[in-house]
Design a protein around this ligand. Structure first.
Ligand code: IPE
Ligand code: IPE
Ligand code: MG
Length: 228
């Protein structure tokens, strides 16, 4: 099973509690840590979390730098924990635009967990679905020109292989907090047949029980994939 999460509402939750937006993000990152822990306990195969979108650069410099610092610390802690855990970590999104420190930590984390067989945890950092599709198309074109792929028709499989999520199954369930009912450029190709679960709670308020409830609701859905 693959669960994708749009962790939304850190800012609104912080304002409501007289905290700064960056304090909201800090609490949000702790909630993510706990939900990943829980997903591991439940033996969920894949969990993919939207941490920073290509559109999030348009926030204030203070918020963006706070988020980047938080991400870097989070990755550093994950590197320390990686050795003793059976978790495979992957990062999707555009490297360009991220600091050398963050890119270095992403590389270390992916490299040190690549042979792990447990839950695959994917962080979407500087990720935008349309950007991902554009990069995939450019790379297909480049590989065709360079003869890396020959006599190949453009197909859904080929495009999937060139996306950042190459090799991963599509999400079965998407959870979004904060009451917003949109996908905000998250995995547009991969979510084509995904079940959506939206809840009003803000991400810092999200609990293991909410995760259970999302799974329960999912189990009641009838996925037809076009069949009658
Ligand atoms: C989600 O919370 C976290 C990120 C986008 C990084 P927001 O920061 O979007 O919180 P709201 O939606 O403004 O409340
Ligand atoms: C989506 O949330 C991005 C992440 C959770 C990282 P946003 O808060 O950026 O989405 P919009 O702007 O409300 O659509
Ligand atoms: Mg938001």
């Amino acid at each position: 099973m693959h669960i994708a999460i749009i962790m939304d509402g850190n800012g609104r939750w912080a304002s409501k509690n007289n905290l700064s937006r960056n304090e909201g993000h800090k609490i949000g990152s702790e909630v993510l840590q706990d939900i990943i822990e829980y997903a591991k306990e439940l033996n969920i195969d894949y969990i993919t979390a939207y941490a920073f979108s290509t559109e999030n650069w348009s926030r204030s410099t203070e918020e963006v730098s706070g988020l980047m610092k938080l991400l870097e610390n989070y990755l550093a802690r994950a590197i320390k924990k990686a050795r003793s855990e059976n978790v495979k970590v992957r990062v999707i999104g555009k490297k360009e635009g991220l600091s050398a420190g963050i890119i270095d930590k992403i590389d270390k984390l992916e490299e040190s967990t690549k042979d792990k067989t447990g839950t695959c945890v994917t962080f979407a950092i500087n990720y935008g679905g349309r950007d991902e599709i554009v990069r995939a198309c450019s790379n297909i074109l480049k590989d065709m020109k360079e003869g890396v792929i020959v006599n190949t028709q453009i197909s859904q499989e080929l495009i999937s292989q060139y996306l950042d999520t190459s090799g991963m199954p599509d999400p079965d369930l998407l959870i979004r907090t904060s009451g917003e009912m949109r996908t905000s450029n998250f995995l547009p190709w991969q979510l084509a047949y995904t079940e959506f679960y939206f809840l009003e709670k803000m991400w810092p308020e999200f609990t293991r029980e909410d995760f259970d409830e999302a799974l329960r609701m999912y189990s009641l859905r009838n996925r037809r994939f076009g069949k009658s």
